[in-house]
Design a protein around this ligand. Structure first.
Ligand SMILES: [Zn+2]
Length: 186
């Protein structure tokens, strides 16, 4: 059965090792990742595509962000945007301008709608603080979740590398023993 191909610039459909159609270079792509051109063939200006191999790969760390991104609910997206905005200098400038103009305007007793000690302003700012704090917490919880997932993945990768090293070591020992035996025969 011929292997399926993955064209450069298309999204990979599986977590696999892919083989360059022209030079045989191997590269891993993760589901949903756009296939980049083969590094070796690009230098030589050769057009290529990727062939699927049978080698699955353990989903690598860089995929985590994508997984989380896909999982985001609309509330998560809103809270992320609000948190980003809250953490910007524009947010600080906006408040400085807002507070100072509010205070200056209300110093004039003739036109004041919120005279000293600015009860309405205090109320608005308290409510704003409560709502912002909640959104920041939502964002932070998700960040923690990302970290958790990442460390869990690191652990899995560690285990799998450990297993691989153990296998390689066992294989080497076997080869070494065989070589020794061969030498003795001569
Ligand atoms: Zn190539």
């Amino acid at each position: 059965m011929p292997n399926k191909i993955l064209k450069v610039g298309k999204k990979a459909k599986k977590d696999l090792i892919y083989k360059c159609s022209k030079c045989g270079n191997l590269q891993a792509f993760i589901t949903g990742e756009y296939a980049s051109a083969c590094e070796i063939c690009v230098k030589k200006d050769i057009k290529q595509h990727w062939n699927e191999t049978n080698q699955n790969i353990l989903v690598a760390t860089k995929n985590i962000k994508k997984v989380i991104e896909n999982r985001k609910s609309s509330i998560d997206k809103v809270s992320d945007r609000i948190t980003d905005f809250t953490g910007s200098m524009f947010f600080v400038y906006f408040h400085i301008i807002w507070f100072s103009s509010w205070v200056i305007y209300n110093m004039d007793v003739q036109v004041a709608f919120d005279p000293y000690p600015f009860g309405l302003l205090t109320l608005i700012v308290s409510l704003e603080a409560i709502i912002l704090a909640t959104f920041i917490l939502i964002s932070q919880n998700r960040q923690a979740e990302i970290s958790d997932m990442r460390s869990e993945l690191d652990y899995e990768i560690d285990i799998s590398s450990e297993k691989n090293s153990a296998e390689i070591l066992a294989l080497l020992t076997k080869i070494y023993a065989m070589m020794k035996k061969e030498k003795r025969k001569k």
